[in-house]
Design a protein around this ligand. Structure first.
Ligand code: ARG
Length: 564
């Protein structure tokens, strides 16, 4: 049930019946109780374009508003239409969705394929916090699109190709030849440093590394074997992180940079055929309107670049996978890269002109002092340690609240710790930088996962104490019930909007409001002490709230527990 969209439709038809030609409209949530539940404020701009009086338009429209969803309308100020939703209608809608396992959300199969390109760690080095953000946001968007009935293709565009791999496999070979164990590979950052030091100090090693770069690219078996071993080890590190984080990416979603290698010469030919290539300093470049800096697609030595691979990937995604919407969840610092690659891929006909290519950009994760998140000596924070720390800290937070047995405590700590970490990331507007703050993210108060998980557990505890069948009906009466009901019926609108704008913080903001309304309702309205009918109605309302919170969190990749 999309409450807001329903009201929009009611107002649109009223306008039509009143003979007023109006653009698509959107009512807003009223900011004060005396303004009702929703407000339509389009009369003012309509009056301007029609040269009439806005109050006249408003009163004309309100005459034609005829729906049992609406209790009353009032015209206020210069021409606002204030709308009150009817309690009987609310009750009826809530009763319908509380019986539906999808909570009344339209999940019909949509005839649109969406690709979500996310995580994309580089195999040469340790996965860093930028990849953590991409992984969390990308997974949420994929879950959401899937939930709404789209066909989603997750793509992990891992960086497994490029000159640094010559050096890394030459070093790996050395370890093998000396019969040493692969201990050093456990820490990729360290391994990289050792290989680099050797590369810088030992010319024959450096020459071999360069030779190996060429050999991997030309398909030499020995080098490819070493390379594969290195990639497998590195990918296993990432999988450990995905697993602990509860991320749905699997090996099947990996579509590595190397997999596009064979397509690259043809990509260049396609661009040449379209007359898009200009040679500049020996390199093949595409010049774009409004930019002096071209997109280089082939270096003067014949080597290809990150951008060339992305063009090949777009060709594959547009032509082979047939995607109509492609979302790249990548650091905001790559925005110029994507705007160029997107433009070129359309000019070249790799994707259709109406395919939506979106850079889902995100900002940098900062520490509490406002500096980019690093280890004390300026290195990369090992993500797996960060996740472990989240769990340890969560354990401290909860063990002080309720006595849980050991296994339950372990499980709960994981759910709370990982949930806190994900939620902290998802609840800020993704385009801004955000401050990573353990205390804030693990707080029971405020817009945190824990606040929502706590509201959920609280409802479960009420249901446990009731210990019976939920079989009555919801009957909305008080003001706070009315507000809670409206929020519950807006879930579907919010999901659609979150998916449309690819903004997970819309959903977190909604869940926070919902949980807050529930807490207010719970404070004002006794449940178990009431007579049967009221008790049942309130229990059902509580249960529906819990289900909505659980569903919302699950889209965010966050679990709930019954006891906290
Ligand atoms: N490996 C890249 C990086 O670490 C991210 C890949 C993003 N996806 C893409 N298709 N370029 O910056």
């Amino acid at each position: 049930m999309k409450l807001k969209s329903t009201i929009n439709t009611i107002i649109s038809s009223a306008l039509q019946e009143a003979g007023i030609d109006a653009p698509t409209l959107s009512v807003t949530n009223a900011t004060r109780k005396e303004f009702g539940d929703f407000q339509y404020n389009g009369a003012m701009s309509l009056a301007k374009s029609l040269g009439t009086n806005p109050r006249e338009i408003a009163s004309n429209v309100s005459k034609y508003i005829d729906s049992n969803a609406i209790e009353k309308v009032e015209i206020a100020g210069p021409g606002f239409v204030n709308i009150w939703i009817d309690n009987n209608w609310l009750s009826q809608e809530l009763n319908a969705i509380s019986k539906d396992k999808n909570l009344g959300i339209s999940r019909d199969k949509k005839n649109q394929k969406i690709i979500v390109d996310y995580s994309g760690p580089n195999m040469a080095k340790e996965m860093h916090v930028g990849h953590l953000r991409s992984t969390i946001i990308g997974d949420t968007l994929s879950n959401l699109f899937e939930f709404l009935g789209y066909e989603v293709i997750r793509q992990n565009h891992i960086g497994d190709w490029g000159t640094q791999f010559g050096m890394l496999i030459a070093y790996l070979e050395e370890i093998q030849n000396e019969g040493r164990s692969y201990e050093e590979l456990k820490d990729l950052e360290h391994f990289y440093k050792l290989a680099k030091a050797k590369f810088d100090s030992d010319t024959s090693f450096a020459n071999k590394a360069r030779e190996y770069v060429v050999k991997i690219q030309s398909g030499d078996n020995h080098c490819l074997e070493l390379w594969q071993k290195f990639i497998d080890t590195s990918l296993a590190h990432c999988e450990e992180v995905y697993d602990k984080l509860g991320i749905k990416l699997t090996k099947n979603d990996v579509r590595a940079e190397s997999s596009y290698n064979d397509m690259l010469p043809q990509v260049i030919k396609d661009l040449e055929n379209k007359g898009l290539i200009t040679i500049s300093d020996g390199a093949k470049c595409v010049f774009l309107p409004n930019s002096e800096v071209p997109l280089i697609v082939q270096k003067s030595d014949g080597g290809y670049l990150y951008a060339t691979t992305d063009l090949a990937a777009l060709k594959y995604r547009g032509q082979m996978l047939g995607a109509k919407r492609i979302c790249y969840v990548v650091d905001a610092r790559q925005s110029e890269h994507f705007s160029k690659v997107f433009w070129v891929s359309k000019e070249a006909g790799f994707v259709e002109t109406d395919t939506s290519l979106e850079h889902i950009a995100f900002g940098t994760m900062m520490d509490r002092s406002g500096k980019p998140f690093k280890t004390r000596d300026g290195g990369t924070v090992k993500l797996i340690h960060l996740l472990d720390e989240a769990i340890v800290r969560a354990k401290d937070t909860i063990s002080s609240k309720e006595a849980l047995d050991n296994d339950t405590l372990e499980h709960t700590a994981k759910v709370i710790g990982i949930g806190a970490l994900k939620y902290a990331d998802l609840s800020v507007n993704r385009e801004s930088n955000y401050i990573f703050d353990w205390d804030k993210m693990l707080s029971f108060d405020g817009n945190t996962a824990l606040y929502m998980q706590y509201a959920y557990a609280r409802i479960q505890s009420i249901l446990r104490r009731f210990d019976g069948e939920l079989n009555g009906t919801i009957n909305i009466q008080s003001d706070i019930e009315h507000k809670l009901a409206i929020a519950l019926l807006e879930f579907d609108d919010i999901l659609a909007k979150t998916a449309n704008d690819a903004m997970p913080n819309y959903l977190t903001g909604y869940l926070y409001e919902l949980a807050t309304l529930f807490m207010q309702f719970y404070e004002l309205s006794p449940i178990l002490k009431e007579a049967d009918e009221i008790k049942m109605s309130r229990l059902l309302l509580a249960d529906l709230t819990a289900k909505t919170i659980k569903q919302g969190l699950s889209i965010l990749g966050i679990e709930v527990v019954d006891k906290l």
